[in-house]
Write a protein that binds this ligand. Structure first.
Ligand SMILES: *Cc1c(COP(=O)(O)O)cnc(C)c1O
Length: 493
């Protein structure tokens, strides 16, 4: 396997180079060039998650000696996940939910981030690199904690996480602020997630930072969802889910299904798209947003326009106006025309807006449907799902469930549809409790109250969070990020 850039100007990179480098040198994202990654729809029947992961991930990370089986065996065992399998499928009367939140931080980010440190360690080993690595990550809430948990106390690695001070939930913030480990740094930044993401991108592009890192003998990398080590591990559960539906007699082998995905940075849904490129029988991807519905409008009109107010919602991990991974979809839909993607991304930078060509638009429409849920619709879906089907879902999953219902009504499409459940309801307990009982409690009290009211067992990751000691409380302006990183580079030497 080799990786090239969505903007067409990168030399081909091997998997280990792609893992370490994170982003292409021309500013684009790394994409696989191998067209014949192909699997049979039935090849994973009756196999356990680790085995499927090893088979699916081998072609994406093969060629320069990375031991995928070892990585997968380390990542997807009882050390990192609660329960017999890392993921599970729950059927209610009206819907099918793929639960992806049984990891250490109660959100689906754990699916890829529990594997990423092992992949990185392997990448360093096969390249014989002994330098220290500094991982810079911007987070809308869940990635940060998941990455901190994954990289804490890893040898030769430091991790710095920047989260939007006003843009994450109280539980997400407490989770990050209480992270232990002698190699972790956590900072709130003044601004929203897009500001945090832009500031971190700027730090990566900064000549000053690059030079400083070199002088200190440190390599910079990222744990954000643009890293191929995040993206491809997320394709595994699409294959797992498909096999499970066959095993449970929900579909016939080869039958096409839909996936409905609560979407922010477009990483999760894009992983599904890669699975479909590799042969997974998918009719349509339903892209669900919250009131930050820039993707809904894009899929409807072919115009991406981020010039709109940024809204703070009860599904904060989807509060994003610049969905980074969309760039990869544009590249593939546009028949791998890097020059064209470059132009679109330049328009996005300069005008905050671009319009795709008619041919790209029809490609997009044939595979994707977009919809969004308002705050009230999200709460109503949580209430209804709990009262009518005794199943508790979080605010992000509820957005997807709402959009799925709207999709069915609008299109009359009855294709079996898997809804990806991306977080435990306990991670967003205050809003879930309010949806179910109309009670208003602070986040930490709400966790206990929700368990009492619903009798749904609390996710273990949330158990002692109310009393967790705060270890990282610094907040800074986005302009301060570069001097801050310089300082930490010196200290890590
Ligand atoms: C990150 C996240 C999302 C959005 O996933 P993307 O890959 O960014 O589209 C949705 N729900 C939850 C709970 C998340 O943590």
């Amino acid at each position: 396997m080799k990786y090239s850039s969505t903007r067409g100007k990168e030399v081909l990179l091997s998997p280990s180079e792609a893992l370490i480098q994170g982003i292409a040198k021309d500013g684009g994202l790394l994409v696989p060039t191998e067209k014949d990654v192909k699997f049979e729809a039935t090849q994973f029947l009756n196999k356990e998650y680790r085995q499927i992961a090893a088979e699916v991930l081998t072609p994406y990370f093969s060629g320069d000696g990375i031991d995928i089986s070892a990585c997968v065996n380390n990542a997807y065992g009882q050390d990192h996940f609660y329960g017999p399998s890392p993921v599970c499928m729950t059927y209610t009367d009206s819907k099918m939910f793929l639960e992806l939140y049984h990891g250490k931080t109660a959100a689906f980010k754990d699916m890829a981030l529990s594997l990423l440190p092992y992949l990185m360690a392997e990448a360093l080993r096969v390249r014989n690199i002994q330098q220290r690595i500094m991982i810079l990550t911007a987070t809308s809430g869940d990635t940060g904690k998941s990455a901190l948990e994954a990289f804490a106390d890893q040898e030769n690695i430091d991790i710095i996480v920047f989260y939007p001070e006003e843009g994450v939930s109280a539980v997400q913030k407490r989770h990050m602020q209480s992270q232990e480990g002698n190699n972790v740094y956590v900072f709130g930044i003044r601004g929203n997630f897009d500001d945090a993401q832009n500031a971190v991108k700027k730090a990566f592009d900064s000549e000053e930072i690059r030079q400083n890192a070199q002088e200190c003998g440190v390599m910079l990398s990222s744990a954000n969802s643009i890293n191929v080590g995040r993206l491809f591990p997320q394709t595994v559960y699409y294959w797992w889910a498909y096999s499970r539906l066959i095993e449970d007699n929900k579909i016939q082998p080869g039958e096409k299904i839909n996936f409905c995905v609560p979407t922010g940075n477009f990483g999760n849904i894009l992983a599904g798209y890669y699975a479909s490129l590799a042969g997974l029988p998918v009719h349509r991807f339903i892209c669900a947003s919250n009131e930050n519905n820039v993707l809904t409008d894009f899929i409807e009109s072919g115009i991406y326009d981020k010039n709109r107010p940024f809204k703070k919602t009860i599904s904060p991990s989807m509060d994003i106006l610049i969905s980074s991974n969309l760039e990869r979809l544009l590249y593939h839909l546009g028949k791998n025309d890097g020059e064209y993607v470059s132009q679109l991304m330049q328009q996005l930078r300069e005008k905050g807006r671009y319009e795709i060509s008619a041919s790209m638009y029809s490609e997009l429409r044939s595979k994707f449907y977009g919809g969004f849920a308002t705050e009230d619709q999200i709460k109503e879906m949580i209430r209804k799902t709990f009262e009518e089907e005794q199943y508790l879902i979080d605010t992000h999953t509820a957005a997807a469930a709402h959009v799925y219902e709207a999709y069915r009504q609008q299109t009359k499409d009855t294709t079996p549809t898997v809804i990806l459940s991306t977080a435990s309801a306990y991670k967003f307990a205050d809003n879930v409790l309010h949806a179910v009982t109309k009670e208003t409690k602070d986040s930490f009290e709400a966790i206990e109250a929700l368990e009492k009211v619903t009798n749904v067992p609390m996710h273990p990751a949330l158990k002692s969070i109310a009393k967790a000691e705060l270890l990282h409380t610094q907040v800074c302006d986005t302009e301060k990020i570069i001097p801050l990183i310089k300082k930490l580079l010196k200290e890590s030497r």
